[in-house]
Design a protein around this ligand. Structure first.
Ligand code: SAH
Length: 219
């Protein structure tokens, strides 16, 4: 990771961490350290740089959004990552969440179905010298069978139900975090695989862009 970039926004990240993340109870040292190091403005179009540390999701291209910092931190916390983990991410989008994952895991496999977004995210992540990332342009509702099983899977688009291929591609003791609900509102689900059983829990409510695909929304 190159630390010479974006030093000037370090103080804004400190404030964001205190006011948006710690203030809402997020305390994970590793997660917060990763968020401190990744410049969020780097993942936004230039005209939105001034808003990079606002407490909101923001528009990127093709009608998609970069998630709210709190949601990124919250999902990352609930993945309970270790440095040896292989992580599958569905919905690369801007690449911001990918950057955080890449700091905390051994390898990140990220899937995005809009080629322009995938290519731009890759360029941005390369500039930061984050190299433990594999990219795929495809419908992520089918997972990435060639690299399965995964220790962790994170879906950053709202699904109508849990896509079976994703549950199938979890390693034993693996964790899947995914927003499930209708087109407007979802709840984050936390699913842990234990032998041949899945232990499901529901976390906070959220609003994500639709997960569109074979095992997602059809339009
Ligand atoms: N984590 C991203 C969130 C981007 S929004 C960020 O913070 O920037 C959700 C992303 O999921 C969009 O880029 C959208 O194109 C992508 N997406 C939706 N359905 C998908 C699918 N079936 N496979 C892969 N990506 C998908």
């Amino acid at each position: 990771m190159r630390d010479d970039l974006h030093k000037d926004t370090l103080e804004l990240r400190r404030q964001m961490i205190d006011r948006q993340l710690r203030a809402r109870g997020l305390r994970g040292k590793q997660t917060l350290a990763a968020i401190l190091r990744i410049p969020r403005e780097h993942f936004l179009p230039e005209h939105l740089h001034r808003e990079a540390y606002n407490d909101t999701a923001l528009p990127i291209d093709f009608g998609q959004t970069i998630s709210q910092p709190y949601i990124v931190a919250y999902m990352t916390e609930h993945l309970d990552l270790s440095p040896h983990h292989r992580v599958l991410e569905i919905g690369t989008g801007s690449g911001y969440q990918t950057a955080i994952l890449s700091m905390l895991a051994a390898q990140v496999f990220t899937v995005e179905h809009i080629p322009e977004l995938a290519n731009l995210a890759r360029k941005r992540l390369d500039v930061l010298n984050l190299r433990n990332i594999e990219y795929r342009i495809a419908d992520g509702t089918n997972g990435w069978p060639e690299y399965a099983p995964f220790d962790r899977i994170i879906v950053t688009a709202g699904a109508p139900y849990v896509p079976k291929p994703l549950a199938d591609q979890l390693a034993d003791s693996g964790i899947l975090v995914i927003p499930v609900g209708d087109r407007e509102h979802q709840r984050l689900m936390h699913i842990r695989k234990s032998g041949d059983r899945f232990i499901e829990g529901t976390l906070i409510g959220c609003r994500f862009i639709k997960l569109v695909g074979e095992q997602g929304w059809k339009d």
